[in-house]
Each structure stands twice: as structure tokens, then as C-alpha cells.
Design a protein around this ligand. Structure first.
Ligand SMILES: *Cc1c(COP(=O)(O)O)cnc(C)c1O
Length: 557
């Protein structure tokens, strides 16, 4: 049976904790003369809260646990180190690890002169519970470390495996959940707080010998502030607090953590994006010949077995892309962190080039494109639009001049565009032009999707004797301002009254604001200038800014 007082080091049990000035008095006062601080105020002349109460209060709410069950440290590495110091007698005690796993457990064990027992993970990186229990029986380790999702293999360890160990093992079971935010349903945290007043099949007893480690270094994006968490019974947390350095979490760290915890709802979006980028990497890297195998991952990295890992590692390094060589831990394997979409694309590109394979962007994930087929009694229109490729342009509307204008949009908009129209030209040009504009607007709306990362606005340009200005906003609402008069009835067989109609229809279905003004003598130049300016405005507006946010304070367009 587990009994905390059987495993705590006797000197730790006996010792008296250091009591800091801020521990002894933490109420409100106007004059603080108790800690030998410099009295002249700056933001940082006072010692920080040694118990990090505000951080714990916010964290407790998010995690659904009491602040008394939380320890905060200088990274979760500090919690790992304190576990060794609290529970393992140097030169005598041992711990059990499941290899391959996170390197710090071994380092801390070695530093504290604690013996290391290793049980290899199975071929699919799961625990061999029976073997582990046999080792525990024979060697009596004080602690077992389980990393889930495991670093470097990436997989979650099933809770029932961990629990079957925890229920029979009389020492501490430390579960390192550094990557759990990428698979939140896998967390063991609820088992720590199980309501002991209502022990039923659905609410089991809290697991007294469980210590759960989490960190702000991974999903939270705060590796730089060094803040780690340990969750455990109040009794275990009290031991952490007894032996920790008094002010182990500095004030700057506490301040940043409070800000981030107050905006915790922003975490999910980023994490979801990393998870979807992970899928993209798997999809693009799996077909490469160099890649033997990509192991399933519940974390923000992939463990990949390569034909020649050293070669891949070196070649990527030459390109400025640094991977982690884990071939010592898992034969042939490199560990690759999921980066930003642009970083991942560079990686995919670099790895594809390694085998002289042209890298083609996945249409779904990378290219903004749309294919619109619009059919009525009057017209049959097929439009293919690709905002990220220029190599397709084809126009056949039956109206030579109109084709020429659409070509301006493709050429000067720097976009791929194919327009095929079979219209009722035997009646007149009206339906062909209007319906093409409607379908084109719809294609833009569809290709722009969420409008994440676009510039949104586009402006104007002058041309020859004519001045055309087109300002455009893909802001989600249609509007048109048109100030361009034409004196001829037709240009190149196209009725000039249809120009306004074209842009009005486009603005209606693309849901964009269009403000078009043109002046000049030559009517042909004037309309061509309008189409070119329109194309330039589109080019500016659909250009990617490099940041992936929606260009609106409303958060949607
Ligand atoms: C990254 C990582 C940590 C984090 O350590 P910190 O000291 O909190 O930055 C802990 N455990 C594992 C398994 C990790 O991979």
C-alpha cells in the first residue's frame, strides 16, 4: 500500500522549511520593512509572491482543481528535480523509467546519485505492465516516470495501463503531461480530484500516489518564462513547498502567466492549428522515399524513421532547418517539431527536393481556389480561379473584347483564371457579361474562404491619357460607386452600359466594396485602364500578409 511517509526522505520529513518574510506576513500594509528590499519603488523592488497565489487561482479554475493541489516551478524540470530530492536517498534509492523517454529523468537521477531501472517500451511504444511490476517487486524503486504523450515517440499512454501500475505500486507514479494540451482528453488530472465522498464506479477514489507534471513551455507558447506545474495530493504539494527555493518563480514570470491565463481561450485556436499542421506534414512526408515510417503522434512533433537519418539531418541543416536526431533512442529516427504553416512548407519543400521530387502544394490546404459552374437557360459558365497560381489563363466568352478584359484581370491581378461561357449571344451580350461577373464574384468569395491572412484592401493606378482608380475592399458587404461615363455605345462589340453592370454584379456576389472612377478621352483606353486597375486592386487585396489572422477587428469577414 502507498503511504507517503514511507517514501519521503527522513531528512526532508525532519527538516524545518525556510520561512521567508513574505511567507510570514502576506496581508496588506503600507510600510514594508521586513525583507531588506530597496524601498525606492520600481516595478520590481519587492520580492514576488512565494506561493504564486494569483497564478494558482486562475490555473485552478481552468484545471478544475484546488490551488492546494498545485505546485509551480522554474519549468517542470524543477518539479522533476525536487521529486528526486524529496523522495530518493542518494546512493541507495532507484527509479523506474520506460525508455526511450525524456532525458531529464536520467539526468536528475544521475545528479542525485539515484539508480536507474529501465523497462523498454513495447514495439508500439506502450508499457509492458507485467514486466514493470516484476521489476518493481524485485528492485523496489521509489518512483516510476511515465511520459504521456511520450517524448520522443509522440504517443499517448492509455490511462488504464498507468492506473494498473499506480494501483499496485507502493511508490509515486509521475505522469509527465508536457504535451497533453494537444490531446486534452488524455489527461489524468480528473483522477487526482475524483470526489472521494462519492466513490462509485463513475467517480473513483483519487489516486493518492499520482503526480502529474504539465508545463507552459509547449502548447502555451511560453518556454521563455520557465514555468512548470505539478499536480498532486495536498500532502505531496506540501512537501514540494517545504523544499523549494523560497522565491522560485520570479515576478516577471508570474505577471506573464497571469496575462496568458486570463486570455486562456486563445490557446485552443493555436493548438488546433498546430494539430492540423501536423496532419499536413504527415500527408506530405509519408509519400517520400526517404521516409520509412511516421509514428502516430498526440503531440506537437513527429517521430519519423528515415532510410538515412544522418543524411537527412545534415542536408536539412545546410538549408538552415534544424531537426532533432533521436536515432540513438529509436533507430533511424529524427524528431521534427510542427512549425508555422510557412516553416512546415519550407520543410516539405526541402525534403522533397532531397529526392528530386517536385513539391506540389496540396490544393486543399495551400491554394486558394474555386471552380464555379453556373448554368441557366441563358448562359452556361465555367470559371476556374486560383489566387496562388498564375500559370492558367484561358478565356472564351464569345466576345473578343470581353476576353481581352478578363485577361487583364488575370495578367495584372497575377492570378490564375479560366473563363468559358456559352451564352445567348444571338439575343445580345447582356446575359453573358452579367452572369460571368456574378460567377466570377462567387469564385472570389469562395477562393478567399475565411480571408485569413489577406491584405483585404486594394487601391489605384493611373494609365496613359486615362486615369482609372479602383479601390476595393473584400470586407464581406457589396457596394459599388461608379463614376465613369462612356460616350460610345459599344467598344469592341461590347455595350458600354454593360461595364457598370459587370462590376456591380461582381461586387454583389464577391461581397466586396468597389469604388471605380475613370476619366480620359479614348474610350478603349478608359475601360482597359479600369480593368487593369481592378486587377491591381485585386492583386493587392488577395496578397498574403504573412500573418495568418483575419484582417478585421471584428474577427470575421
Ligand atoms: C519539454 C518537456 C518538458 C518541459 O520542461 P520545462 O522545464 O517545463 O520547459 C517536460 N517534460 C517533457 C517530456 C518535455 O518534453
Amino acid at each position: 500500500m502507498f503511504n507517503l511517509y514511507n517514501i519521503i526522505r527522513p531528512n526532508v520529513q525532519r527538516m524545518k522549511a525556510y520561512s521567508s518574510a513574505r511567507d510570514e506576513f502576506s496581508g496588506t500594509a503600507s510600510i514594508w520593512l521586513d525583507a531588506n528590499e530597496n524601498p525606492y519603488p520600481s516595478d520590481y523592488n519587492r520580492y514576488p509572491d512565494p506561493q504564486q497565489r494569483e497564478v494558482k487561482r486562475l490555473l485552478a479554475e481552468i484545471k478544475g482543481i484546488s490551488p492546494d493541489n498545485i505546485f509551480l516551478g522554474n519549468g517542470s524540470d524543477e518539479a522533476i528535480d525536487l521529486l528526486f530530492r524529496a523522495f530518493c536517498e542518494p546512493g541507495k534509492d532507484k527509479v523506474l523509467l520506460f525508455s526511450p523517454t525524456y532525458g531529464m529523468y536520467k539526468v536528475c537521477a544521475a545528479l542525485n546519485d539515484v539508480g536507474i531501472l529501465e523497462a523498454p517500451l513495447t514495439a508500439d511504444f506502450q508499457l509492458d505492465v507485467a514486466k514493470a511490476l516484476a521489476i518493481c517487486e524485485a528492485e523496489k524503486p521509489k518512483m516510476i516516470f511515465i511520459c504521456s504523450p511520450n517524448n520522443p515517440t509522440g504517443n499517448l499512454i492509455p490511462q488504464d495501463q498507468i492506473l494498473s501500475l499506480a494501483h499496485t505500486f507502493p511508490g509515486l507514479v509521475v505522469v509527465d503531461e508536457a504535451y497533453i494540451d494537444f490531446t486534452p482528453e488524455g489527461s489524468m488530472l480528473p483522477l487526482l480530484t475524483a470526489n472521494s465522498k462519492l466513490p462509485t464506479a463513475h467517480s473513483p477514489l483519487p489516486t493518492k500516489n499520482l503526480v502529474i507534471l504539465q508545463t507552459f513551455s509547449k502548447a502555451w507558447g511560453l518556454a521563455g518564462i520557465r514555468l512548470g506545474m505539478a499536480f498532486a495530493s495536498k500532502e505531496i504539494i506540501a512537501i514540494f513547498n517545504k523544499i523549494k527555493p523560497p522565491y522560485n518563480v520570479n515576478q516577471l514570470t508570474q505577471k506573464v502567466a497571469i496575462q496568458k491565463l486570463q486570455a486562456a481561450d486563445e490557446l485552443r485556436g493555436k493548438v488546433d492549428e498546430i494539430v492540423s499542421e501536423r496532419k499536413k506534414l504527415i500527408q506530405h512526408l509519408s509519400p517520400l522515399e526517404q521516409v520509412i515510417r511516421i509514428f502516430p503522434s498526440d503531440a506537437n512533433f513527429l517521430l519519423i524513421q528515415f532510410q538515412n537519418p544522418r543524411h537527412v539531418f545534415e542536408r536539412m541543416k545546410e538549408k538552415g532547418i534544424i531537426l532533432r536526431d533521436r536515432s540513438q533512442a529509436v533507430p533511424g529516427c529524427l524528431r521534427i517539431t510542427v512549425g508555422t504553416p510557412a516553416e512546415n512548407e519550407s520543410l516539405i519543400q526541402a525534403l522533397s527536393q532531397l529526392e528530386n521530387r517536385p513539391f506540389t502544394l496540396s490544393p486543399q490546404l495551400q491554394e486558394r481556389r474555386a471552380r464555379i459552374h453556373r448554368q441557366t437557360h441563358e448562359t452556361d459558365i465555367l470559371i476556374e480561379l486560383n489566387l496562388d497560381r498564375r500559370d492558367q489563363h484561358e478565356f472564351s466568352t464569345g466576345l473578343g473584347f470581353f476576353d481581352h478584359m478578363l485577361e487583364q484581370i488575370s495578367k495584372h491581378g497575377n492570378i490564375g483564371l479560366k473563363v468559358q461561357v456559352k451564352g445567348d449571344l444571338h439575343i445580345d451580350e447582356h446575359h453573358t457579361i452579367e452572369d460571368t461577373a456574378l460567377a466570377l464574384g462567387q469564385a472570389f468569395l469562395e477562393a478567399l474562404g475565411s480571408k485569413k491572412g489577406i491584405s483585404r484592401y486594394g487601391f489605384l493606378l493611373p494609365m496613359d491619357d486615362a486615369l482609372a482608380q479602383v479601390a476595393l475592399d473584400f470586407g464581406g458587404r457589396p457596394w459599388i460607386v461608379w463614376e465613369a461615363d462612356f460616350h460610345r455605345e459599344k467598344i469592341g462589340g461590347m455595350p458600354t452600359e454593360m461595364f457598370y453592370h459587370f462590376f456591380k454584379s461582381f461586387s454583389d456576389t464577391a461581397k466586396c466594396n468597389l469604388n471605380i472612377k475613370a476619366e480620359g478621352q479614348n474610350e478603349h483606353h478608359k475601360i482597359e485602364a479600369i480593368f487593369k486597375a481592378f486587377a491591381r486592386a485585386i492583386r493587392m487585396a488577395v496578397a498574403k500578409t504573412g500573418d495568418d489572422s483575419i484582417p478585421s477587428t471584428k474577427g470575421s469577414l
